[in-house]
Write a protein that binds this ligand. Sequence first.
Ligand SMILES: [Ca+2]
Ligand SMILES: [Ca+2]
Length: 524
Amino acid sequence: MTNILENQTQIADVESKTLIQFISSRNPVFSNCLLVFFVILSTLHGHTCAAERPNVLFLISDDLNNSLGCYGHPLVKTPNLDRLAERGVRFERAYCQFPLCGPSRNSMLTGLHPNTTGILRNSQIFRQTIPSHHSMPQAFRLEGYFAGRIGKLYHYNVPKSIGTNGHDDPGSWELELNPAGCDRLEEEPHIFSLKPGQFGGTLSWYASPKSDQYHTDGLLAADAEWVLERCVRQKNRPFFLAVGFYRPHTPYVSPKPYFDRYPEQEMPVVQGVKEDQADLPAPALGSYKKEQDKLTDELRRQCVQAYYASTTFMDAQVGRVLDALDRLGLAENTIVVFTSDHGYHLGEHGLWQKMSVFEESARVPLIIAAPKTAVKGGVAKDPVGLIDLYPTLTELCGVKAPENLQGQSLVPMLKDPSAAGRGWAVTQVSRNRSIKQGGRFFGYSLRTPRWRYTEWAQGKQGRELYDHDDDPRELKNLAGKAEYAETVAQLSEQLRKAVHQTFPPSGETPELRTAIWAPNLTNP
Ligand SMILES: [Ca+2]
Ligand SMILES: [Ca+2]
């Protein structure tokens, strides 16, 4: 696209010069006026080309829930995300499609549900299932965008794979940067963990004496500044820069001053867990981990403190990248997205971390600041999904998207946050049993503006119904109550149709190939 435009400009330039030479041989004064006119026209033309295609700055945090200032959290300080929300539209009800890194990120970056990518667990990449599908950044690359990745976009083992490509897709990026900071290289021996020596899947934290710039996320912000400084020099080549922060994923390591902003004694501990759990089917609590039995109220407070500290630390790094965008004069023509791959429990229902389909685990922050499209400071309330980002960004940038994308563009909601969207979002999660007991099964959860309705193994392993008008913490499971039988029947039918849409037209989830694939930009 860039080349075509440049060629057209060159042809126009040659044609104008010939015309000027022809006229100047007859009327020198007129020709001078004409020359000025063509110079102005050519300058305007150049500016129009650059302005036609906005840049994308895609920021994603790992394991971040909606405990943010701009989402109304009473304690957590996120001044930089709050100011980003003021620049664009904040989605009040945005949901991941699977509350686990690998399936969620593969879904978001392909624009397909996990049942269609075939990526339903970590440490896999969609090239092993649907190798010829174009990822979102790849679609931008194929139209001349510079696409770069800094940090975690596809799945990584955190923290072990920090500093490597993780389970990356080389076809998605022209540039990959994988910094590793003190949290990865020096401080692991000091980290407290419920399972000593294990940090990635286990609650673990550390207040580091080292300042922001030595930490992986601080290095990511510095790298992003460096890349943006180079992008700004290429006026006629737009960019899609993705920055994947690692915090607040475990281990919650961040500089000590961030911990000091959340005094341990003031941290909330969820109460009434036993009573809450009494009306839940077993799979609803299936993400609980045995080592969490060790949690005392003191450890719970420390855990929450460390998670909030890591969130504010990550927010500060987002601020550095946003500042760079402003400083370099890129803000006016750059669409900024901020989100997370899934939510996170901090003790609600007795759960910690992810892999549940309760609101805290399924919901994600989502802010889109599109300077020329989005209403500034808008709040959209209709449910949306990470699945919708691919068609949204391609529409905003005029980039051709694959025809089989399963989300829908959020552009109408960016223009008018009260516009209706799809009206629902669906999140799925897996539960493992032994083969003897029937093997793996799924839970599917439908979120409408009012209800959350969940079925485990098509209802055979239990159902849950929550009325968010009355019960935003999802404490009262109404699914078994006679007076809600009709609501359950309606939502069950709506969920069945929604789940059907998560599969490819064949109805079959693609099988995982174990063979190594060869990266190929145009036809992988
Ligand atoms: Ca994650
Ligand atoms: Ca309950």
